[in-house]
Design a protein around this ligand. Structure first.
Ligand code: GUN
Length: 286
């Protein structure tokens, strides 16, 4: 069984970007800049945003972290986003999700200038992705596609089954796989006979957010399995399928699997860095 090594590929992408950024900064006399906004102090989210900032800084991207109190009002958040939209030194804006319950996530995401929408969640970018044109692509699906391609997984004509229909992963992943000429099935919590569908997946992408829902019985022999889950079980990091109860049988049946940690996680960050540089280059050439 092949292990799809996201850590190694992300490292390679970062070193190539670092060289490109050094060249661009020399040419344009300004560093690319990302602003991350987070409201509240959820420990998992705090650790994600800190690792995003660290990765930016490692390759020459400036990164401002705006950590706001949980009680921040929607209006305060919109005012901050408006000032970042206007700020010519800011290339990318990322609002870490989820937001506090009293804030309407859609209103906030739609207030971001879509040209600075590094997460690809603005309706303009989702629309552009759906019409197969130039769009900023959400980081996790973009990273998964890069990993599949780099590991030599062919996609054209394959049946790709995705479990999860979130705006962050499932829906944009489906669009990307369609664009790559796969046949796509999207499953979710209301899907009837999930095992029947997962057994057809030559590429199976699991983005559920809790472990042990998928076992070896539910896999097609020789499937390529992408595990998007990050779950903490008794203090240990496990995926939705990787290191789950049935992992030994899963490893016997699958042709390839992305591990947790070290699979999709580092690729999400690498794609974020790529998106910041893509926006910066567009803005400098406009
Ligand atoms: N929360 C968990 N993953 C993500 C992500 O990729 N982007 C944003 N904005 N929030 C997240």
């Amino acid at each position: 069984m092949q292990t799809l090594n996201g850590t190694a590929l992300a490292k390679k992408i970062k070193s190539v970007l670092a060289i490109e950024i050094e060249y661009l900064v020399n040419k344009y006399r300004r560093s690319p800049k990302l602003c991350i906004i987070m409201a509240g102090d959820d420990p998992a989210n705090s650790s994600y945003v800190k690792s995003k900032k660290k990765s930016c800084n490692e390759i020459g991207i400036l990164c401002d972290l705006n950590i706001l109190p949980y009680a921040t009002s929607q209006q305060e958040l919109l005012t901050l986003i408006d000032s970042l939209n206007q700020n010519t030194e800011v290339d990318g804006i990322l609002v870490q999700l989820p937001l506090p319950k009293h804030i309407d996530q859609n209103v906030v995401l739609q207030s971001i200038d879509y040209k600075k929408d590094v997460d690809g969640l603005h309706p303009m970018n989702t629309g552009l992705l759906n019409s197969s044109t130039d769009a900023l692509i959400p980081c996790t699906p973009k990273g998964i596609l890069s990993l599949l391609k780099a590991e030599g997984v062919s996609i054209t004509g394959k049946h790709c089954v995705i479990i999860g229909r979130s705006n962050l992963v499932g829906k944009p992943m489906a669009q990307l796989m369609l664009r790559e000429n796969a046949s796509v099935t999207v499953c979710h919590s209301k899907t009837r006979d999930l095992p029947y569908l997962t057994r057809q997946g030559e590429i199976l992408i699991i983005a559920i957010g809790h472990p042990n829902l998928v076992n070896a019985e539910m896999l097609k022999e020789g499937a390529v399995v992408i595990d998007v889950g990050i779950n903490s079980v008794e203090g240990k990091l496990v995926g939705d399928i990787y290191n789950s109860i049935d992992v030994n049988n899963i490893e016997k049946k699958a042709a390839a699997i992305s591990p947790v940690p070290g699979g999709v996680g580092p690729m999400t960050i690498a794609s974020l860095l790529e998106n910041v540089v893509e926006i910066y280059k567009k803005r400098m050439c406009d």
